[in-house]
Design a protein around this ligand. Structure first.
Ligand code: WT7
Length: 636
């Protein structure tokens, strides 16, 4: 039996039992055999979900980039580490070997040092999906700086909030980014953001699109000449197991984003272990995850997990629809991709296009398919299985979160029999629990509940940057001694889990996690808006789309409502980013409220979804008559 690589169902059950019976021993054996340490840990695990505090491998010393790069050089120096596929298919792909990756990361690390970046400093990375993004992330880790990658689709305001929240002293960006036919001007977004960020001393700019940009004399520098002048070796900073590795922001139920803090050793061990098993990665495979490194999926399963296993990981700059809807499949054929990991929203969008786009390409290299980010519907699952996997590739429906760092519930290919829409079984070390509304654990099967995790795993986020109280409140106060995920789930008769969706005020749109509160805050800035409430409603490509109920101020003047709708979406784009725009905006004279003044979102959600059959008891509302008005004017 191998703890590290599970190859069949019996082995999974054995390993799982062991991991629950003696978690410390289980993870200790894996940590010992598969990673490079400068010093061994004194203690495998200490934890207290009340405080909350979790520490894995305390006392150990390591550098994650040595594990992801240096230790592979002897045996895999000339193997491709990162396979970069540009936006434009006519531009050549780049095969970046482990040797080359080592040199680039060391050069970049030396540049960061010259800019005055030290261990523990925060560095904001706002880049498109180009190799420099991976170099930047790893260069920070090399010198012990904490990276905070912000997805390059976020607006200047959203970027500024994130830079200020974690007090970043350096920003790494590019002149622009290619997204299909579009060229986006990233640098001017950074310039605008920095007008309100005093903490930033320097900006490094990668040349990508050669767009005309302005450089601020004493602040901005082009990266390339600095890289060229830098040494290709850089001694790794020796880090403590629990030193922060990165901050990654995720939206929550209230205004400001939460800077989830992940630490070094546990995150490394868990992402490497899950990468190996969930994708059944073997030495000559070509693995491709289509996510952006701006999200946790990219951190864990484009960069750290694959590289810790010495894998070849594809990085794609573009979009699935450019130059046409066959782009993904063209790349699979071209690079003989063996594992393909994407989001249900992409599968649904591509499934709507002509099958010619798929059939033109040879997809026979594929072995394992994965999905992540939101529940996958049965139709999309079957389309994926039949047309992409040709019914011979296991599909792994992987459930996890920014906060969990790595995949917690997922089938193991060739071991766990898959059932469409089920994430199936917990991975080793993961102890899920379903809770009822009274706070009691549900032990029976075949029921719905709120999904919690009872025991810490190595890659759980340790805190929210600068706000430990909020961390406690959000994840550890709903149920005593449990991590609460915010998701609902069903457990079937054999113990398989099916994630049913968020039970809080977060809506997942095209796989992006969006808190409704920050969107409402943005809308309420509109001078004509008095109040607003946002809910999600089912959408056949995006999974969910956003529906806004908006009360206008009574000013006596009449406004063109379509104009107000446009202005509202414009505001949302500026404050958050285009991904948070509303599909439908209904103007209303009121919102259903409880006697304590809380908006009854449950009712609004049902109306927006066109499901008014069972609105529940509305008589306890402060203003029950508003429900009829809203139903009458609902936008179809
Ligand atoms: C939320 C976390 C984890 C990487 C991407 C999203 C939803 C995620 C699944 C899945 C059903 C899923 C959950 C979760 N989610 N994977 N396989 N089936 N729902 O990370 O932005 O932190 O979002 O995504 O609702 O809580 P995130």
């Amino acid at each position: 039996m191998s703890n590290y690589h599970i190859k069949h169902l019996e082995e999974y059950f054995q390993v799982y039992r062991k991991s629950v019976r003696d978690p410390e021993n289980y993870w200790e054996e894996i940590a010992e055999e598969h990673f490079l340490w400068h010093k061994r840990w004194d203690n495998v695990l200490s934890w207290d979900f009340e405080k909350p505090e979790v520490k894995w491998f305390e006392g150990a010393k390591l550098n994650i980039t040595e594990n992801c790069i240096d230790r592979h050089l002897r045996t895999r120096g000339n193997k491709t580490a990162i396979l970069f596929e540009p936006n434009d298919s006519s531009e050549k792909a780049q095969h970046i070997t482990y040797n080359a990756l080592h040199d680039k990361v060391c050069q970049f690390a030396n540049v960061l040092k010259q800019q005055g970046v030290k261990k523990g400093d925060r560095v904001c990375i706002y880049l498109p999906m180009i190799p420099e993004l991976s170099y930047a992330v790893l260069a920070c880790a090399r010198i012990g700086a904490i990276h905070s990658v912000v997805f390059a689709g976020f607006s200047a305001k959203a970027l500024a909030t994130r830079i200020n929240d974690s007090d970043c002293k350096l920003v790494i960006t590019s002149d622009g980014s290619y997204r299909g036919k579009k060229v986006l001007d990233l640098k001017s977004i950074v310039d605008e953001a920095l007008e309100t960020c005093e903490c930033v001393e320097n900006v490094l700019v990668v040349k990508r699109t050669r767009s005309k940009i302005s450089m601020k004399d004493d602040r901005d520098q082009w990266l390339a000449p600095l890289m060229d002048a830098a040494e290709k070796t850089c001694e790794p900073e020796i880090m403590d197991a629990e030193d922060p590795l990165f901050i990654l922001y995720t939206s929550g139920s209230t205004g400001t984003p939460k800077g989830m803090v992940h630490t070094t050793a546990g995150y490394m061990v868990y992402t490497a272990f899950t990468f190996k098993n969930v994708f059944q990665y073997t030495e000559d495979d070509i693995y491709w995850c289509t996510a952006d490194i701006g999200w946790i999926t990219g951190h864990s399963y484009i960069v750290y997990g694959p590289l810790a296993n010495g894998a070849t990981t594809v990085m794609f700059e573009g979009v699935p629809s450019y130059p046409d809807h066959g782009r993904f499949w063209e790349i699979v054929e071209k690079h003989k991709v063996t594992q393909f990991y994407t989001a249900p929203t992409a599968i649904r969008a591509l499934g709507k296009e002509k099958l010619d786009f798929v059939e033109k390409y040879d997809l026979s290299s594929l072995k394992v398919l994965g999905t992540v980010g939101e529940p996958i519907n049965e139709e999309a699952w079957h389309w994926y299985d039949e047309n992409i996997g040709k019914r011979k590739c296991p599909i792994v429906d992987t459930w996890w979160q920014t906060e969990t760092g790595g995949i917690l519930i997922s089938p193991i290919p060739y071991s766990t029999p898959a059932i469409p829409t089920f994430a199936t079984l917990p991975l080793p070390g993961i102890q899920p629990a379903l809770m009822d509304e009274e706070g009691k654990e549900i032990h029976e099967n075949q029921v719905d509940g709120r999904l919690c995790i009872k025991f810490p795993w190595p890659s759980i986020a340790r805190t929210i940057w600068g706000n430990h109280e909020r961390y406690k409140e959000t994840y550890f106060s709903a149920y005593k001694n449990m991590y609460f995920t915010g998701d609902g789930a069903l457990r079937d008769s054999v113990g398989y889990y099916r994630i049913t969706g968020r039970v809080d005020d977060v809506v997942i749109v095209s796989g992006h996690n969006l808190g409704t509160a920050p969107i409402e805050d943005a809308i309420n800035e509109h001078p004509a808006v008095a109040e607003s409430a946002i809910v999600g409603f089912p959408h056949d490509v995006k999974g969910n789309a956003l529906y806004g109920y908006v009360i206008l101020k009574e000013t006596g003047e009449t406004r063109d409502r379509d104009n107000v709708r446009k202005e509202i979406n414009q505001l949302i784009s500026e404050r958050i980013g285009p991904i948070a725009k509303l599909d439908k905006i209904q103007f209303t004279s009121g919102l259903p409220k409880t006697r304590s003044g809380k908006i009854m979102r449950r009712i609004l959600r049902k109306i927006a979804s066109g499901d008014t059959s069972n609105l529940g008891d509305t008589s306890t509302l402060l203003n029950p008559e508003i429900v009829d008005e809203i139903m009458e004017n609902v936008l179809k």
